[in-house]
Design a protein around this ligand. Structure first.
Ligand SMILES: NC(=O)C1=CN([C@@H]2O[C@H](COP(=O)(O)OP(=O)(O)OC[C@H]3O[C@@H](n4cnc5c(N)ncnc54)[C@H](OP(=O)(O)O)[C@@H]3O)[C@@H](O)[C@H]2O)C=CC1
Ligand SMILES: O=C(CO)COP(=O)(O)O
Ligand SMILES: [Zn+2]
Length: 349
């Protein structure tokens, strides 16, 4: 008897382009949302687009969050209870958007994502990531009802946020390899469609690396489209598997143990060089990942991340423990193998 079922949750409107932040109210109207929004934002994004948002949603309540913590999520939930908005509007980078996403999910309201940085695929996905205890990885949450990504705003964000978004996409290659491995060895559910979309997204980004240059609005266009596509792949899969393998475990562990972690995308990029090496040995695949990262100015070494060699090795040897997600790291790497891998790939000198 056939018993399978799936429920794919996707944003209904994805609006990307020059000046589209001024069309946020129009996008909201198209969703037939009732009432006023509660705007969740953080200091810099609000300085940049606050005026444009307020012009369209006059008199709406605004919560400015400084940190991605559960206290911030709770603060937003309290404001929802007091102000009784019709929906939430997350305006900012990953921090503001995730807090809006998690709070909206908790109170059962819809939320609209207005990213000001193309820094990772969380700005469009049905995954929320707010550190809780030792946990750094994402959990399922309702995806945004709509995404309004203004390429003019995104292009003016610090360049490293855009290169971090690119590196998050390039890491899809190794994430899918880990997913296939886990499917073959551990019978982990696998979606051919989600895997193909995820790999194709990375491929298209790498093919268009020439258009990813500081000061070029086209860069934000290319990256945002890729982030949307990667978010869709995760929605099809019903998990972050298409975009998160051992390179993400490595980054989540760095977030826990490094004194000054780097941007999410930059860490997963370097993690992807390391795990590509483990998947492909000396056969060159890891050099393709490294060269793709270099072509878009993303870090490829521990020193470019600002992370000590010993911390890289500690993350590599322990990160398999942080989550029940089978990857090329299996039941863990020895310290010797981790040093060897990091040195051979040039991640550590
Ligand atoms: N849901 C998911 O799947 C994922 C979620 N995450 C989460 O996302 C967060 C990291 O995302 P990230 O975007 O890097 O972090 P932030 O939202 O903190 O943004 C990074 C920095 O850029 C600033 N900023 C944002 N937009 C602009 C702009 N247009 N111009 C100038 N500065 C700007 C922010 O200012 P300010 O300090 O004022 O906010 C902040 O200092 C973490 O909380 C992480 O856990 C990470 C990966 C995946
Ligand atoms: O960052 C993500 C995908 O790019 C989400 O992955 P995690 O589930 O590992 O947090
Ligand atoms: Zn990621």
């Amino acid at each position: 008897m056939f018993t399978k079922s799936t429920w794919i949750r996707l944003p209904r409107n994805v609006v990307v382009g020059h000046g589209v932040v001024d069309r946020t109210a129009e996008v909201v109207e198209d969703l037939h949302l009732q009432g006023r929004p509660l705007v969740v934002t953080s200091p810099t994004p609000w300085k940049l687009v606050g005026e444009a948002v307020e012009a369209q949603f006059a008199g709406s309540e605004v919560v400015v969050v400084e940190e991605a913590t559960f206290e911030s999520v709770e603060r937003v939930i309290e404001r929802v209870e007091a102000a009784e908005p019709g929906f939430l509007l997350g305006v900012g980078g990953g921090k503001a958007i995730d807090i809006a996403k998690m709070a909206a999910d908790h109170v059962g309201l819809g939320f609209v994502s207005v990213p000001t940085a193309a820094s990772h695929d969380g700005i469009v996905s049905g995954r929320g990531s707010v550190p809780e205890g030792d946990t750094r990885h994402s959990v399922a949450a309702d995806p945004p009802l709509a995404v309004v990504a203004d390429t003019e705003v995104l292009a003016e964000a610090p360049w490293e946020l855009t290169t971090a978004g690119c590196a998050d996409i390039i890491s899809n290659y190794t994430a899918v390899m880990d997913w296939r491995l886990a499917n073959r060895l551990k019978d982990v559910p696998y979606s051919e469609y989600a895997a193909a979309l995820s790999e194709m997204t990375a491929e298209i980004l790498v093919d268009n690396a020439d258009s990813v240059r500081p000061g070029l609005e086209e860069s934000s266009w290319v990256v945002t489209k890729a982030l949307v596509s990667s978010g869709v792949a995760m929605s099809i899969a019903g998990s972050s598997r298409p975009a998160s393998g051992a390179e993400h475990l490595f980054s989540h562990q760095l977030d826990r143990i490094a004194p000054n972690p780097a941007l999410h995308g930059h860490q997963v990029g370097v993690g992807s060089i390391l795990t590509a090496y483990l998947h492909g040995g000396d056969r060159g695949f890891w050099t393709d990942i490294r060269d793709a990262l270099r072509s878009i100015d993303a870090p490829t070494t521990a020193s470019e991340l600002g992370i000590e060699p010993g911390t890289v090795v500690e993350a590599l040897t322990t990160c398999h423990e942080i989550r029940d997600r089978y990857t090329i790291l299996g039941d863990g790497m020895s310290e010797e193998a981790a040093w060897e891998t990091a040195r051979k790939t040039g991640v550590i000198e």
